[in-house]
Write a protein of this length. Structure first.
Length: 780
């Protein structure tokens, strides 16, 4: 991962340098400069969007929301494959090389997770503990730390940040593994920079040189606290604005349909607008438009005061600092314009369908805001704040560090951004102001909006279980019986293979409950869907058919017949009226895909004895049986009782009692990483609850405060026949459980009036349109 990070940084720096070279080489013509300045990033962004869309659409976006879901135990298809890795690396390199306000940290967490997954799959070829699914989760947890560690050369902050953004509960046994991997990745990342002569030695990425003897005065702490509070409001506003942009694009059906046909138009248009506004000879001269994100941070963390009472002439701007100098305005105007423009530009740019993150743009905006407050303090107190007999000047660069940590922490709801800042700058002189600002920013932001990653999870409707949050005491009165699904499919101990075939066709459940009988409904365990398919495949396999051949063609004396004898009998059957072997046959479908045989597939009437020579023809190794003969044999096998002796059955699946509270259910699901649990009453299976039902119960899938109040007053969820599609204002959405038509026994069971058994397998199909409105029922 360190090598990948260094190679990507090298390619990104080369792309940015090429843009500067093109822009500088056309200084004689402003129009050509504008064309070069706008065309270059537009081409890169368009290529990134097109390449990602063609190869792996799963590579779009940050990747941290998906990793939170995967570490939660949910399987997301194609998110950790090799082609997604290639699309993410190439797409991210082009996106960052365009100079757009995009970040690298979130996508790199995804890239590191894909590397860990691919490495685990390779090592699993040799056997060992890498085949264990729990070990894969542990490797993914360490990979998230590596992604941040080798992105900023911040191993300690990387481990803490990965824990905060990806885990609700963290296994301490993975702690040292994360530190081990992140430390070595950060070390190799910086060694490669020294080897390439980018650095003289291993040092911080954005090294600062603040005063160490007296970095700040005690009277400056209120200013740092103001930065934290303002950053909390700013972070919540950024998340809100980002979500509103996405929802606006989705709700405008005409625009949405047009952009679905022209997928590359939206990223090209956004890039064109942002590039035009940052054009240095144009509006970009008022916001340091020619600076890259790295150069911007270097200047904002500068330990000198840029101005004294707003007069630019008292400070000599050298090198890249000249970007902040404008002859007709002071540094305060430049910083204010930079903050306002970058704020909405970053919120808009992160919605482009390319691999990108939002941490670094927010980090830069926070640094600019902190610098603005620091320069204002330096202007108000030009000689510093008097402390006894000593006077120390204010360092605006320290305020920039505080602002960067506070705003990024507010957007991501993390405190570890403070540690990342210390490792990025190489100094801990402002540790107390940074911690105060980050904590205050988190307190404000968490009370107003979810984190950016949780917001994306809600937008994408990923099956993730968010926190219960503050307040809403009604949630603590909701019980499992109010939200569970009652009409579930199950397997009985005395079922037939035909029942297994029906249950595979009627449900997509990954684990099926195994009960003693349909009358008792005593839960004995659970069996995986793959095991059910294996039992059915073995029962209908050609190998088993040939094995029965050896048993059915034995003569009465017990000796095996010769091949010639078998062939003679087959020819006799063919000549006596059976269809010719050379007749046209239809291609056969697998037995698992056929629920029942059609009348057209039944054997013709008037045939010979089916237990005689035809059976020998069917089981003869040297003859090809007819399609109807195989079908008839399979029908006979499907009517046999299932033998569970060789099946892998979990004798202790996770169970909940029907009166378990929603709060306790949420805690258990989050702590153990469950995606479903069976609900029992005195050992009897009465339903099942999954992430979808728990999320719906707490309101994150469409449940509202009104619903929770009705729960608290003794009302339950609507029956499955009414469905969750009947939520007010259509709040059921894609995340709400699908509407089903309950059998009469199940409806009576819900009302508590009937304690009889439920049907053995399957339920009638759902009605085409669930009724609207919310017909509540009284519990008990």
């Amino acid at each position: 991962m360190a090598l990948v990070s260094w190679a990507m940084d090298f390619a990104i720096a080369t792309c940015l340098q090429a843009q500067k070279w093109m822009y500088g080489g056309l200084d004689t013509n402003v129009l050509l400069q504008y064309m070069a300045w706008v065309t270059y990033p537009t081409v890169l962004i368009t290529f990134s969007a097109g390449f990602t869309q063609i190869l792996a659409p799963q590579a779009v976006g940050s990747g941290i929301p998906e990793m939170k879901t995967i570490l939660r135990g949910v399987v997301l298809k194609e998110y950790l494959t090799f082609k997604t890795f290639v699309a993410k690396v190439i797409g991210l390199t082009c996106a960052l090389g365009s100079g757009m306000p995009l970040g690298k940290e979130g996508p790199f967490v995804h890239i590191a997770s894909m590397c860990a997954t691919l490495l685990s799959r390779f090592l699993s070829l040799f056997g060992g503990f890498y085949e264990n699914e729990a070990r894969n989760i542990e490797m993914l947890a360490a990979a998230c730390a590596v992604g941040v560690g080798c992105c900023f050369a911040a191993p300690i902050g990387g481990v803490l940040f990965s824990i905060e953004v990806t885990s609700t509960f963290f296994a301490v046994r993975n702690y040292w593994r994360g530190f081990f991997a992140a430390t070595f990745s950060a070390f190799i990342f910086r060694v490669l920079a020294v080897w390439n002569k980018d650095e003289e030695t291993i040092t911080a990425l954005f090294k600062t040189r603040f005063r160490l003897d007296f970095p700040f005065d005690l009277q400056e702490l209120p200013a740092f606290a103001v930065i934290g509070i303002a950053s909390g409001f700013g972070g919540a506003l950024f998340v809100y604005f980002n979500r509103k942009i996405v929802k606006f694009m989705r709700r405008q059906k005409a625009i949405n349909r047009f952009l679905m046909k022209k997928r590359l138009l939206f990223p090209a248009l956004v890039t064109l607008i942002i590039s035009t506004l940052t054009f240095p000879p144009g509006f970009g001269q008022f916001m340091a438009g020619q600076l890259t994100q790295k150069d911007t941070l270097v200047t904002l963390f500068d330990n000198q005061t840029w101005t004294k009472q707003g007069i630019n002439d008292e400070f000599e701007y050298l090198g890249i600092l000249e970007a902040w100098l404008h002859p007709r305005s002071n540094v305060f105007v430049t910083l204010v314009v930079f903050i306002l423009m970058k704020f909405w530009m970053s919120a808009l740019a992160t919605t482009i369908p390319v691999p990108c993150g939002a941490f670094m743009p927010v980090f830069v905006i926070g640094a600019a805001f902190g610098r603005l407050v620091g320069e204002s303090m330096a202007a108000w107190f030009p000689d510093g704040i008097q402390t006894d007999s000593n006077t120390y000047r204010i360092v605006p660069g320290g305020y920039a560090v505080v602002g960067a940590a506070a705003l990024s922490g507010a957007v991501t709801h993390t405190v570890s951004t403070a540690v990342i800042v210390f490792e990025l700058t190489g100094q801990m002189s402002h540790i107390l102001p940074v911690m105060i600002a980050v904590i205050l920013a988190n307190a404000v932001a968490q009370s107003l909006q979810p984190s950016l990653y949780d917001s994306i999870i809600r937008i994408k409707k990923l099956p993730y279980l968010p926190e219960l949050g503050w307040g809403h005491h009604e949630k603590y009165n909701v019980r499992v019986e109010d939200i569970m699904v009652r009409d579930i499919h199950y397997v009985t101990l005395n079922c037939k293979y035909r029942d297994l075939q029906q249950v595979l066709h009627s449900t997509k459940m990954k684990n099926l409950p195994l009960v003693e009988s349909a009358e008792s409904m005593i839960l004995l365990g659970s069996i995986e869907r793959a095991q059910v398919g294996a039992l059915l495949s073995t029962q209908l396999s050609p190998q088993r058919r040939l094995l029965m051949l050896r048993q059915n063609v034995l003569p009465e004396d017990g000796h095996q017949l010769s091949d010639s004898s078998l062939r003679f009998q087959v020819s006799t059957e063919t000549s006596s009226g059976a269809p010719a072997r050379t007749s046209l046959r239809k291609p056969l479908k697998p037995a698992l895909k056929r629920a029942s045989s059609s009348p057209a597939d039944s054997p013709p009437a008037g045939g010979t004895d089916q237990t005689g020579i035809a059976l020998k023809s069917l089981f003869c190794a040297n003859a090809t049986p007819e399609a109807f003969e195989i079908r008839e044999w399979e029908e006979q096998q499907l009517d046999q009782l299932v033998d569970f002796s060789n099946a892998k059955i979990d004798p202790a699946p996770f169970q909940l009692v029907e009166h378990t509270s929603l709060h306790k259910t949420h805690t258990i699901f989050s702590l153990l990483g469950l995606d479903h649990a069976f609900v029992t009453s005195i050992g009897r299976l009465v339903g099942m609850v999954s992430l979808k039902e728990v999320s719906w119960g707490q309101g994150s899938w469409g449940g509202t405060e009104q619903h929770l109040e009705l729960f608290a007053h003794g009302f339950g969820v609507p029956t499955a026949a009414q469905g969750h599609r009947g939520l007010p204002d259509g709040q059921g959405g894609e995340g709400a459980p699908a509407a089903r038509q309950l059998p009469r026994q199940h409806r009576q069971l819900q009302r508590g009036r009937h304690r009889g058994p439920a049907p053995v397998l399957g339920t009638p199909p759902a009605p085409p349109h669930a009724p609207r409105g919310w017909p509540w029922r009284r519990r008990g």
